[in-house]
Design a protein. Sequence first.
Length: 448
Amino acid sequence: MSAKILIVDDEASIRDYLRNVLKMASYSVEEVSSGHSLESRLKGEPVDIVVLDLGLPDADGLNLIPEIKNRWTSSEIIVLTGNSSTDKVVSAVKKGAFHFLEKNTLAKSQDHLLLHIERALERKIQIEESTNLKKAISTLKGGESPVFQSPSMKAALKTIERVAPTDVSVFIIGESGTGKEVIADLIHNTSNRNKGPLVKINCAALPVNLIESELFGSVKGAFTDAIDREGLFTQAEGGTLFLDELSEMPVETQSKLLRVLQEREARRVGGRKSYKINCRIIAATNRKVEDAIREGKLREDLYYRIGTIEINIPPLRERVTDILPLGEMFLKRYVAQAGRQVLGFSKEAQEKLKSYDWPGNVRQLQNEIQRAALMCEGELIEASDLTIKSAQSPEAPESALTLMEAMEYNTIKAVLKETGGNKLETARRLGIGRQTLYNKIKAYNIPL
């Protein structure tokens, strides 16, 4: 669904111009020509963005800003001015406007107008996500039915609340599927950088020869097929960069990353000039830090640089008290999406859920509940509706994976069988690097 924009301006030529530009950019556009007509429109459904003329003949635009924000709390406002009066602009921003545009410059640059529309929409989405996540933290740690009842997760949430508003680097440690990326989302969206982007990279998923250009950018001709491109540090400007599976990053690249973090500036691959970086770093690993350092997978000095705050996410098997609350949360979500009347779990199903080891952790639990919510025939999910087995089965790791991951798992397993276990040939047939294949074999625990 396209974003809805309301134009409030008494000049027909301005409304016509804005309407044409915004509709060409696939936005849904409404328009009113006075403060009086805006009053009537505010009684209806809110829009995403209000483009407001401060010089309406029957109303002071500055006084309309708080009225709009009171009625439509999540709508963003871009004000139009006939001149760039600093006092008016400052007052508009203080009252809740997102940005201002001068009328006499509108026709000179459509891109300028659309850029600020996009930024306003991004801010609206991020604020809504931040609000939802703050509510989520409250729900997760307390309330009538807290999702996290284990002391370890309550402690983790308390740490998140304390460190999120700061710029301190955070290192998240936990097995695959425990929710490290969700924790990174929570930290970013409850931080002072939540208006900036959250850029994510899985360090295990990129070929060794591309990871540096992905992080720092590259200039044309720096290597075969190299093009001018900005790196993730540039994309994360003003926001957060999440380095998932940091211990799978080549040690040589870790050394360069350490220097970048120390000097707060980076250089594109093949470039001559450095550029300043301005982003928060959150990193994660599914390895034990001590083991990763001892095995040479993680530079100790990089760990001390990034690991100012460490958040450990225990595996689900070590926090059994969280299993049923999480299961109930997932069940409510999926029955609502599917329009089904499933009220909960039978006692037998509850016992089966609590007694299982959950090698795929929360991700596996989520997938299991989604299947059961769709397939069960009664008002309660019975033990027979669950595909997990009482005894752990090492031959069925697919149950811990998402649909796309299960497809990848089965594809790699099949090609390995075709090549007689030849990893080099398997990587060639799959079109991926050998190290990437090794990482995926280890991550999916594929038998060889």
